[in-house]
Design a protein around this ligand. Structure first.
Ligand code: 5GP
Length: 211
């Protein structure tokens, strides 16, 4: 199996983090690229698991050192995918999942034209607004800003390979599983397809010789 680079993006409240979490539990053939960020950890976020939390000067130093596959600014903070994180997962033969925003996704596509880009969307605007409000922690203007950003982020959807509607989490997770399963079976991605076909040819010829 050739490991895939799978990018998941969605507007805030679209549900990509829940989907990514489920995929990682349900697939032994996938791993996560832990991003670096300059934002502060939220309660419950462990360093090295949710993110690598870096001071801005450390982040800039690593950008200079070419350690990032991509990086972007979101909400005033820097976020980036580390080349080594992605490599570590693919080296182990697993698909690598990146939960990143739309600018980073475009940069990943430039670097890896074969990457599989999946855009997760809420079923409608009301559900999105309700999900953002249900977090309960954000003031109204923050919810409003997220909705405005969502509107802007939707413009990036045509650059993705797949759009998955997250109406029901189970259905959305199933859809992403199906995409990964199908993409990994593309003839062009199966390095050993010609070996398999050659073996089948000689086995069939041997069967023919026996009959
Ligand atoms: P949050 O701060 O809520 O965890 O993430 C904010 C946004 O940054 C989300 O859309 C998330 O997908 C995105 N993000 C997380 N890591 C990366 C990264 O490595 N690169 C880019 N470009 N975006 C990221």
């Amino acid at each position: 199996m050739t490991p895939l680079v799978v990018v998941l993006s969605s507007p805030s409240g679209g549900g990509k983090s829940s989907i990514t979490g489920r995929l990682l539990v349900e697939r032994t053939d996938a791993g996560y690229s832990v991003s670096a960020t300059t934002r502060e950890p939220r309660p419950g976020e462990a360093a090295g698991e949710a993110y690598h939390f870096l001071a801005p000067d450390e982040f800039a130093r690593r950008v200079e050192a070419g350690e990032f596959l991509e990086h972007a600014t979101y909400n005033g903070h820097s976020y980036g995918s580390l080349v080594e994180e992605v490599r570590a997962v693919t080296r182990s033969g697993r698909h690598v999942l990146l939960d990143i925003e739309v600018v980073g996704a475009r940069l990943v596509r430039e670097r890896f034209p074969d990457a599989v880009l999946i855009f997760i969307v809420p079923p409608n605007g009301t559900v999105l607004a309700d999900r953002l409000r249900a977090r309960g922690t954000e003031p109204a203007e923050v919810v409003r800003a997220r909705l405005e950003r969502a509107l802007h982020e939707l413009d990036a959807a045509p650059g993705y390979d797949y759009v998955v509607v997250n109406d029901n989490l189970d259905d959305a997770v199933r859809a992403v599983h199906a995409i990964i399963d199908a993409e990994s079976r593309r003839t062009s991605r199966q390095r050993d397809a010609s070996v398999l076909l050659d073996r089948l040819r000689s086995e069939i010829s041997a069967e023919l010789a026996r009959n």
